[in-house]
Design a protein around this ligand. Sequence first.
Ligand code: FE2
Ligand code: FE2
Length: 350
Amino acid sequence: MDQYADAGDGFDIARLVPGFRPPPHPDTAGAGAAQLRAADMRMRCWRSPLAGPLAPGSARHRDAVCRMFRDTFNPYRPAVLDWPALAPATLARIVALPIWDIAVQTEGKARLRMAAYAGTVLDPGMRAALALNAWEEHRHKEVLSRMVAAYGIALAPESPYRRPADPEWAYLVTGYSECIDSFFAFGLFELARRSGLFPPELVDTFEPVMQEECRHILLFANWAAWHRARLPWWRRLRFEARVGAAWAFLAWERIGLARSVGSGGGAGADAAAGQTRGKGQDNNFTLHGAQSVASGDVRLSDLLALCLAENDRRFAGYDERLLRPATVPCLVRLVLRCLPRRGGRAARTG
Ligand SMILES: [Fe+2]
Ligand SMILES: [Fe+2]
């Protein structure tokens, strides 16, 4: 199996997706505030110029999805991001967050799994979109790596990243995992912003990364719809079984049946794609981490409502004819109906 040494960082998507060309290096260092604002705006709002429906599986749908992903690309460069000086208490709070190893490794695995699957896709437009998604995960890893270096956060050594033996399965697990994690990350990020515990410059630096995850799961939801609509019924059955298995696996992982939080076990999305986790950080941070980023107690119902509102807000700028990830928002709406309302007995996170 191929191995990709990480230090360096020598990851090369073109090895997995022949013909892939990284986006050109823009001069964002010399760009004015107006240009950066325009790029940020382009990333958040997009509408296909085509009139009429975009039926999943059709060439029109595929073209719209691929064009959305291309047109909303944000050319920021990790190398020129500013890392603000932090007060000692803020620095200590950031260093103590139990997420850095898992965050860096998750991006490292996501880029490889997405690129590995992209390399198997025959449609040139969809292949290019998925390869660009992998490239953006690589950029997320670079942003995180630069941040942990700037703030002196020690990382556990990364295990070698191995090319998945079954790229479609690895991509399904990674894609649905992103749908779950991004939904909760949107709410936690807003909670952190409102708390005032983190400097606004740092929040602003990560804002494009958050919006990129929104674009990623928008792409994934539409890829899944496009892909399944084009399958003959017997392959469709197999695909739906794999989707069900991916959800079952991720649910099993996240509700903690796989391992107790922080015990350092090797189960999880890593194991699903044939890898072991290097260190037992909190892969359920999205479900347990509200107290780490909030200035006071957070009611579970308030957190879930915030996640829903942020999810809707982040998707609002994109063409409504493109499909959105629906499972997690639907489940959360259901849970919210069952939770006691404000004034009743409080259910709390943490
Ligand atoms: Fe990412
Ligand atoms: Fe992503």
